[in-house]
Design a protein around this ligand. Structure first.
Ligand code: NAD
Length: 267
């Protein structure tokens, strides 16, 4: 499938957490494939403006539509979906991608961090899908992708909230896949290992400090300990998996939790 084919022409896509990292990469490839994309996420005003201008240029407009909705706030999520439906004409593709991380032993894990991770990384998927699905069902058309993680399938210590939330994301993905199975709509999860993004790169320096080792060693021997490839996964590779899931020929892939993890789950 070539991007030049514009396989997503005429389709509207909402990608949460798309001012940075994986979400921005998915927004980029969807726009390159011809979709109209609404962005969402936090960041400095100039970063958000740059993302809107970049994705807008790919869409042939000055700036891509953008929602500042906070994924921990259900009313804002509902308003964002309504805004996307109006701004894009139709919401054919929903990517639940926004996420945060916090690492600590469970006995020290702050309650507010637990609540925020469960809300942003997991419950937001429920609120967005609940708001977007009725119009998809009415139009007999839709693709839903939930960005889970290798940590949606296996655990690591000190990430209790993240692992719980991502297992929940894989669970809701399967449940919704069954609910829409006899329609043309699909719902799938992507389960990346460590991807080179601000969220993951921010974990390197604290590991180096904790173990008194170089950042190079912290990356290879600690962070990527479970990733047999011992290299970062690139954002564009995750984005290409997302494009496959929303493009032609993937209509029978439903309820899957697709790994892109350098061999992590094989070990
Ligand atoms: P990132 O920090 O680069 O981007 C996260 C995005 O989510 C940003 O746009 C941020 O503004 C947005 N966001 C955070 N809190 C928000 C909120 N309350 N409301 C709205 N937007 C919010 O991170 P990333 O690495 O690109 O992560 C994207 C997704 O991929 C997350 O769900 C993450 O758990 C998942 N993931 C990442 C990796 C990795 O190694 N980077 C691996 C597996 C899964």
């Amino acid at each position: 499938m070539s991007l030049a084919d514009k396989v997503l022409a005429g389709q509207g896509a909402l990608v949460t957490g798309s001012t940075s990292g994986i979400g921005l990469g998915i927004a980029r490839i969807f726009a390159q494939a011809g979709a109209k994309v609404m962005l969402n996420g936090f960041g400095k005003p100039e970063e958000i403006a740059a993302a809107r201008a970049e994705i807008g240029a790919l869409m042939g407009v000055t700036e891509a539509p953008y929602s500042s909705a906070d994924m921990s706030k259900p009313a804002e999520i509902r308003a964002m979906v309504a805004e996307a439906q109006a701004a894009l004409g139709s919401l054919d593709i929903l990517v639940n991608n926004a996420g945060i991380q916090f690492v600590a032993p469970v006995q020290d894990f702050p309650e507010e961090k637990w609540d925020a991770i469960i809300a942003i990384n997991m419950s937001s998927n429920y609120h967005a899908i609940k708001a977007a699905l009725p119009a998809m069902l009415a139009r007999s058309r839709g693709r839903i992708i939930n960005v889970a993680s290798a940590h949606g399938l296996v655990a690591s210590p000190y990430k209790s909230a993240y692992v719980a939330a991502k297992h929940g994301v894989v669970g809701i993905t399967k449940s919704i896949a069954l609910e829409v199975a006899q329609s043309p709509i699909t719902c799938n999860a992507i389960c990346p290992g460590f991807v080179r993004t601000p969220l993951a790169e921010a974990q390197v320096a604290p590991l180096a400090a904790k173990f008194g080792i170089s950042e190079e060693s912290a990356l290879r021997d600690r962070l990527l300990e479970k990733q047999p490839s011992k290299r970062w996964i690139e954002v564009e590779d995750v984005a290409r998996m997302a494009l496959y899931l929303v493009g032609p020929g993937s209509g029978s892939v439903n309820g899957a939790a697709l790994s892109i993890d350098g061999g992590w789950l094989a070990a």
